[in-house]
Design a protein around this ligand. Structure first.
Ligand code: CTP
Ligand code: MG
Length: 224
C-alpha cells in the first residue's frame, strides 16, 4: 500500500478575517499550515504530500515545509476557486503508484496518527473511502428562513471531518465525472458518494476542530 496525502490549504479564510490566507494565520507564532505539514510528514503511513496552496502562496508553503524539514512534501500546486477544485489540482500531482489518497484540511491543524490510521485501516473489505465522524449533541432542525420546517433524528446524523482516506481509483473516478454542482462540495467523500462509492464512517476526534473563526484559532492554539 502506498499512501499519499493532499493538504487542502488554498482557502482565503474569509470568516477568519485576517490580511492573509488562513493557512498563514499565526498559530502560536507559526503559520497555521506548519502544524499539519509537520504532522503528516511525521506519519509512518504517508509516503508523499501534495499541498494545494492559495494562489501566490505556493513558494511560502514550500519554505514552511523546508523550515520543518518535511521531506515528504513533493509539491505545492496552485489551489482553485473551491475546495474541490483545489483538491483536483493536487490530485493531478499525486503519482500513479499511490493506492490510497488521504485528503486533509489544513484548517484542522491537530491531525493525529491515530485518526490517520483509523481511516486507512477502515478501507479494506470493499470500502471506497472512510471519514472521521462525530455524534451531534444538539437537537437538529431543518429551517426555511426563520421558520422551522422539521426536526431531524439526531441518532442517524453525524458531522464529518478530515483526514478522509480513499482508494485512489475511487477518488480519481469521482473527480473525472465531477459536475459543476460538485465543485461546491465541502468534502471529498460527498463526491465519492455521489459517484456511487461506499464510504465508511469511523470515529472522529473533537480536537480535529476546523479553524473557521478567530475564537476557533484561539481554542486550537490553547490545545497545542
Ligand atoms: N480550501 C481550499 N481551496 C479553496 C477553498 C478551501 O483548499 N478554494 C481548503 C481550506 O484551505 C481549508 C479547507 O478547504 O483547509 C476547508 O475550507 P474552509 O474552512 O471553508 O476554509 P476557507 O475557505 O479558507 O475559509 P472561508 O470559507 O471562511 O473563506
Ligand atoms: Mg470556505
Amino acid at each position: 500500500m502506498s499512501v499519499w496525502a493532499i493538504l487542502a490549504a488554498a482557502g482565503t479564510g474569509e470568516r477568519l478575517g485576517l490580511d492573509r490566507p488562513k493557512a498563514f494565520a499565526p498559530l502560536n507564532d507559526r503559520p497555521l499550515v506548519t502544524e499539519p505539514i509537520e504532522r503528516l510528514d511525521a506519519s509512518e503511513w504517508i509516503e508523499g504530500i501534495v499541498i494545494a496552496a492559495p494562489p501566490g502562496w505556493e513558494e511560502p508553503c514550500i519554505l514552511v515545509a523546508e523550515e520543518v524539514a518535511a521531506g515528504k512534501v513533493a509539491k505545492a500546486v496552485t489551489g482553485g476557486e473551491t475546495r474541490a477544485e483545489s483538491v483536483r489540482a493536487a490530485l493531478a500531482e499525486v503519482p500513479d503508484e499511490a493506492t490510497v489518497v488521504l485528503v486533509h484540511d489544513a484548517a484542522r491543524p491537530l491531525i493525529t496518527d491515530e485518526v490517520v490510521e483509523r481511516v486507512i485501516a477502515a478501507l479494506p473489505d470493499g470500502w471506497d473511502g472512510a471519514v472521521p465522524t462525530l455524534p451531534i449533541a444538539d437537537t437538529v432542525k431543518r429551517v426555511d428562513g426563520e421558520s422551522v420546517a422539521e426536526t431531524l433524528d439526531r441518532e442517524t446524523l453525524v458531522t464529518a471531518q478530515t483526514p478522509q482516506a480513499f482508494v485512489a481509483p475511487a477518488l480519481r473516478g469521482a473527480f473525472s465525472t465531477l459536475q459543476d454542482s460538485g465543485t461546491k462540495s465541502t468534502d471529498c467523500a460527498s463526491l465519492v458518494e455521489g459517484n456511487g462509492g461506499r464510504v465508511r464512517a469511523v470515529e472522529g476526534d473533537p480536537r480535529l476542530l476546523k479553524v473557521t473563526t478567530p475564537a476557533d484559532l484561539e481554542l486550537v492554539a490553547s490545545w497545542l
